[in-house]
Ligand binder design. Structure first.
Ligand code: ACO
Length: 191
């Protein structure tokens, strides 16, 4: 995704991690122009993700990021667009208190890290960028994908989880979150 400003001035790293402060590294501290452009990037990516998932409204925006304790991983390709850079996609995660059913149908209260939104620009899908972003997040959080919960995963995302992480067998829930076999097993082992 291209923008009318230089992406490399906003994001120095290939993958940037943003929280509610919406600052990507020291470069943007005290630069309202940079912060406004970062907000534009997040809003546009959020809209594109909602469109791709046929959602009625964006679930990711700069204002939502500022009011929620979520983390956003943004992937850029700094060389495209004549060296001005493009945004390839993003992954949003956050902790949620959930009531889940284990394999025996027993209610369990847990607060796992959840994947809340995930989007790679249409023309760049199926090129391994999603995997690069997801693997970066797993390393950053020091987490196995089976320990996470997934908020309404789309068919493409389900296929992604199956292909890259062999996550196929989900445990039925009464909410929109999906967890996979191993979630409860590994939790018990960790306690
Ligand atoms: N159709 C079916 N499966 C797909 C598609 C597609 N069009 N695109 C990606 N995948 C899955 C497949 O398993 C694919 O492997 P294959 O090509 O061998 O079939 C695998 O992902 C490819 O892996 P990557 O290249 O690393 O994934 P990509 O960069 O495409 O990112 C993502 C995956 C984020 C799901 C991307 O396809 C996308 O943005 N889709 C549209 C938005 C979306 O559905 N986001 C998930 C929302 S649900 C949530 O966030 C909780």
């Amino acid at each position: 995704m291209e923008f009318p400003f230089n992406i490399n001035h906003l994001f120095s790293e290939r993958i940037s991690v943003l929280d509610e402060v919406l600052v990507a590294g020291r470069k943007s501290v005290g630069r309202p122009d940079h912060q406004a452009n970062i907000a534009t990037v997040i809003d546009e990516l959020g809209k594109a993700s909602a469109k791709a998932q046929q959602l009625p409204a964006s679930i990711t925006s700069a204002s939502k990021m500022q009011s929620q304790k979520h983390q956003l991983y943004l992937l850029k390709d700094g060389e495209r667009n004549g060296g001005r850079g493009v945004l390839v996609g993003f992954l949003k995660v956050g902790y949620k208190k959930l009531f889940l059913l284990d394999q025996q149908g027993v209610h369990i209260e847990a607060e796992p890290l959840c994947v809340l939104d995930f989007y790679i620009a249409e023309s760049l899908q199926r090129h391994g960028y999603g995997l690069e972003l997801f693997d970066f997040m797993l390393q950053h959080k020091n987490l196995e994908p089976v320990m996470m919960a997934y908020d309404r995963p789309s068919p493409k995302f389900q296929s992604f989880l199956s292909k890259h992480y062999c996550l196929t067998q989900s445990v039925p829930q009464v909410n929109n979150f999906v967890v996979f076999e191993g979630f409860f097993l590994n939790r018990a082992a960790a306690q």
